[in-house]
Design a protein around this ligand. Structure first.
Ligand SMILES: [Cu+2]
Length: 272
């Protein structure tokens, strides 16, 4: 190879290499939490481990999922941020102590439909293998098919029927979002996935049952929302990535926009 050509090749390789590294850096920057750390409530509980009493930390985290970014305390900027109509979790930066038991309660305020894969309808990786689901049913609506009769909406006022069920699964065709967490890098292996049942609503996005009053930026949500609680144990330090596996975005098979932009339907859990 002649010197000039070699120099050109070398220059191109350098530029390309810098571009790749720059691209990776930009991609990683986009994966960084953009909210203040949220560590919930941490308590210490005595537990017997191999015949010895030890103090085990228990962490309680409260999360919410919303059909838009107009909820009180939303993290995306003034008046719902750049995308006030995007679905969103309310935190993207969870931080918990090493070797703790983590209990997450999610208040889920969104409608939904069918998962692409029933794998995510199963509860995975929790301490009991199960999660506790609190949902509301309505006359004329079938929770297992997520369908309501044509007259169902008119029969709904404040008369939802609350049901609490502890189960290792939720019907894959009535899911609003999922909380699906996996290890990254050298973090100890962990997969936790829990489906979050959908709230009943009509095709125009209006929810059944009573609503909250609009807040200062206009968000209203179903009071009779679903609530899911589950616990899992973390080991040593590491960073875990979590996201939603229900196609709740738009474009790209409904995995675009809110589903592919960090901090809406995704976040991290850092074990320290
Ligand atoms: Cu989602």
């Amino acid at each position: 190879m002649k010197y000039g050509r070699a120099l050109l090749t070398s220059l191109l390789a350098t530029i390309l290499g810098a571009g790749v590294i720059g691209g990776v850096a930009v991609a990683l920057a986009h994966l960084q939490p953009h909210q203040n750390a949220y560590s919930g409530t941490v308590t210490s509980v005595p537990e017997m481990v191999n015949g010895t009493q030890v103090e085990v930390k228990h962490v309680a985290l409260s999360l919410s999922t919303y059909p838009d970014s107009l909820f009180t305390g939303q993290p995306h900027g003034a008046n719902g941020g750049a995308h006030p109509d995007w679905v969103s979790y309310n935190h993207d930066n969870l931080v918990v102590p090493a070797n703790s038991v983590v209990t997450i309660t999610v208040d889920q305020y969104d409608s939904g439909g069918s998962l692409n894969n029933s794998f995510f309808g199963q509860v995975r990786g929790t301490l009991s293998g199960k999660a506790t689901f609190t949902t509301w049913g309505y006359p004329g609506c079938d929770l297992t098919t997520f369908s309501c009769s044509s007259t169902a909406k008119q029969s709904l006022a404040d008369n939802g029927v609350k049901t609490t069920l502890t189960s290792d699964q939720w019907p894959y065709n009535s899911v609003g979002h999922t909380f699906t967490l996996r290890s990254t890098g050298n973090a100890p292996g962990l997969l936790v996935s829990v489906p979050l049942p959908a709230v009943f609503g009509d095709k125009d996005g209006a929810f059944y049952g009573p609503q909250t009053t609009p807040n200062s930026i206009g968000g209203t949500y179903p009071i009779q929302h679903t609530t899911v609680t589950f616990s899992f144990k973390v080991k040593g330090p590491g960073v875990y990535q979590w996201n939603c596996e229900y196609p709740c975005g738009v474009k790209t098979g409904n995995f675009g926009e809110a589903m592919s932009t960090f901090g809406y339907m995704s976040g991290t859990l850092t074990v320290k």
